[in-house]
Design a protein around this ligand. Structure first.
Ligand SMILES: Cc1ncc(C[n+]2csc(CCOP(=O)(O)OP(=O)(O)O)c2C)c(N)n1
Length: 672
């Protein structure tokens, strides 16, 4: 039908095919501006799906912007959550929200999250971002429709690469089995995914035959021919006895010549010049007030900055990273250390690296870069974390050294049962990398911020877990885990550049903590600290201890600096790079010798804090001793979109938060 007034059934706007084409073009333009304002996001897929978005939101779906939760509305599920900007523009052009507000895309506190969150913006049906789940949700919604005798239809937008997820096929089977003729699946068949052409990464074809064999009706259309798109969607609304799949042939980056069919534009955004060029090609430079829109985004950002600043604990001066001429740091992403190690040791014929369609960004592709002879040991598994994990167990069983990695949340949650049973229970030598850990992965938002991964992997018998503090430690940890450690092993590293706080000479011994002490104020923070193995450290009766892992170690060092300068307190920093098995002796000594212990982790509080607490509370030597403890970490909440360092502030995982906690605990220590 069209956009309607739910109370009266009156059509409020009915677009012609020509008007829909114009709207889709305009939406492409707004998309470029929003992505430019955000500075991150997905250009390619948002442009390939835009004609379908316009047809669905402005013409085919029955819904009412004034009553977004009208019970008879058609439901539109975005299984490919990374195309969120397209969804937002569909809603905005239909009147659910203001077009200019889409410019808040990916900004902190914004309803326009990097991946859609239905609790933040009316009109979004479900939260998504972890691929392969949407069709199952659609099955549930369609089943509920049948149970409730409702006539609404459930549209589900998927990607072609996404078809590699096993979960998709469970849902395809269910929809066919239950003859859910109220489901219309749409595949944005743009032939590309992150690592390249779908047919090369992991072929999914012939999709028509596959869906048909599961009891679906299938039609294939040109996804940029508005008439064909509208006709296909309308046909879906009339389907009887079977679910319908629309395979829409599209072009990734459609409409902007330099983005079309280029894999690199999957997760890239246009800069200002590229945005202008794109708008020019779309003939929209005079039709979209892009300067005003960019200004709107900047105004929003100013408010965010103010709010964040008010929330931050304050000290005598600004101690933020590189704010001053002393205690400066160089920054590099920890993930690079992982890639460097794979590149260095990749000649070992036992090593087999498994790709999960996010290879460049997590650096696992460094394994074969410039080394074509290693390509035979590079196995692209597509977007299939569960199967890849179990396959790695099989490779390990036959004597190989399999390494796989993806976003921490997909490397330690999506595949948790496979890690548990196939890898850990079998005690196989599988090396899993959880990349982009913590909130600092930034604007992708909650679905992509691994904040529970360490609970999952630390809870598994036989598993060893390492969370290195900087790029150099990541390299050393990978060197060790890759070739020396035998058994299930997990390394967690981050996406964002974080301070380098160790040197080549800093010890790294698996299972043994390091102790760092600030000795002076110096030009470079790394020179101000002395770091030794915890079991070689002699007690100096410091005022307090900070026990940290991962990028919280640099924050702990900065906190020690703040506490020394503003309060004259000495701090023992214990770097627990190996979370499992944990260095109990180092924790017990810190507790006994300083009496105040603060844990710091970029994770839901507990992966480190509760392990440290249990070491302290179970140590007979400490029974009855007044140990004062506090925990810094994420406080039982999901993540949010925002710039990486903004999120460090918002989620209270900065040096300032550690130092404020120290002040609080030291008051208590003083009272004793
Ligand atoms: C479970 C899961 N694994 C990995 C990712 C990371 N990821 C985001 S988009 C994408 C590629 C998707 O390709 P496709 O479905 O073809 O979408 P399109 O090319 O149309 O953007 C991947 C691997 C994810 N979001 N979810």
């Amino acid at each position: 039908m069209a956009l309607i007034e739910s109370k009266t059934g009156k059509i409020t706007k009915d677009y012609s095919i020509e008007e829909l084409r114009e709207q889709a073009n305009l939406m492409r333009g707004y998309n470029l501006v929003a992505l430019c304002a955000a500075g991150s996001g997905h250009a390619g897929g948002t442009l390939s799906i835009m004609d379908i978005t316009a047809a669905l939101y402005l013409k085919v779906a029955d819904h009412d912007p004034k009553d977004p939760s009208w019970e008879n509305r058609d439901r539109i599920i975005w299984s490919t959550g990374h195309k969120a900007p397209s969804l937002y523009l569909g809603l905005a052009f239909a009147g659910f929200c203001k077009k200019e507000d889409v410019m808040y895309l990916r900004k902190l506190y914004s309803p326009f999250q990097g991946h859609p969150h239905w609790l933040k913006l009316p009109g979004i049906e479900v939260s998504s971002g972890s691929l392969g789940q949407g069709l199952s949700v659609a099955v549930g919604i369609a089943l509920a429709g049948k149970l409730n005798n409702k006539d609404y239809k459930t549209f589900c937008i998927m990607g072609d690469g996404e078809q590699q997820e096993g979960n998709v096929w469970e849902a395809v089977m269910e929809a066919g089995h239950f003859k859910l003729d109220n489901i219309i699946g749409i595949i944005d068949y743009n032939r590309l995914q992150i690592d390249g052409w779908v047919k090369d990464v992991m072929n999914v074809d012939p999709l028509e035959d596959k869906y048909k064999s599961f009891g679906w009706e299938v039609i294939r259309i040109n996804g940029h021919d508005m008439k064909q798109v509208v006709d296909a969607l309308e046909k879906g609304k009339k389907c009887i006895g079977k679910p319908l799949l629309i395979i829409a042939d599209t072009i990734k980056g459609k409409g902007v010549s330099f983005m079309e069919d280029v894999a690199g534009w999957h997760g890239r955004t246009p800069n200002y010049e590229e945005m202008l060029k794109g708008l020019d090609e779309l003939k929209l430079k005079d039709k979209i007030p892009y300067e005003k829109l960019l200004e709107h985004a900047k105004e929003y950002q100013k408010e965010v900055d103010k709010k964040l600043d008010l929330k931050m604990p304050k000290f005598k001066k600004n101690y933020w990273w590189n704010a001053d001429n002393t205690m400066k740091v160089k920054m590099e992403p920890t993930r690079k250390g992982f890639g460097q190690s794979l590149a260095e040791h990749g000649d070992d014929e036992r090593i087999v690296a498994l790709g999960l369609d996010i290879s460049g960004s997590i650096t696992i592709s460094d394994f074969y870069q410039g080394k074509p002879e290693r390509k035979k040991r590079w196995i692209s598994m597509g977007i299939a974390e569960q199967s890849a994990t179990a396959a790695a167990a099989g490779l390990a069983k036959e004597g190989k050294l399999p390494v796989l990695g993806t976003y921490g949340t997909f490397a330690a949650a999506r595949n948790l049962d496979q890690i548990r049973v196939s890898v850990c229970y079998g005690n196989f030598n599988v090396f899993i990398a959880g990349a982009h850990g913590g909130v600092s992965v930034g604007p992708d938002g909650a679905t992509h911020q691994a904040l529970e991964d360490l609970f999952n992997v630390c809870g598994l018998p036989n598993m060893s877990v390492v969370v290195p503090c900087d790029v150099l430690e990541t390299k050393k940890a990978t060197d060790y885990l890759l070739l020396k450690h035998v058994g299930p092993k997990f390394i967690r590293f981050a996406r964002e550049a974080t301070p380098i706080v160790t040197t080549e000479k800093t010890p790294f011994v698996f299972g043994k903590a390091n102790v760092s002490r600030m000795r002076k104020e110096s030009e470079q923070l790394v020179d101000a600290f002395e770091t030794v193995l915890a079991d070689q450290y002699k007690n100096e009766n410091e005022h307090l201890s900070i026990i940290a892992c991962g990028p919280m170690v640099p924050e702990a060092m900065r906190a020690a600096y703040i506490l020394k300068k503003d309060y004259g307190w000495e701090t023992r920093i214990v770097n627990i790079h190996t979370l499992k098995p944990i260095d109990e002796a180092a924790i017990i000594r810190a507790a006994k010798e300083t009496g105040v212990v603060i844990t710091a982790e970029e994770h839901q509080i507990g992966a480190l804090a509760w392990r440290v607490s249990s070491v302290i509370t179970e140590c007979p030597e400490l029974y009855g001793k007044p140990i004062i403890t506090g925990a810094i970490g994420v406080k039982d909440r999901f993540g949010d979109s925002g710039a990486p360092w903004e999120l460090v502030k918002e989620f209270e995982v900065s040096a300032e938060h550690i130092a404020a906690k120290a002040v609080e605990l030291m008051k208590i220590k003083g009272r004793k």
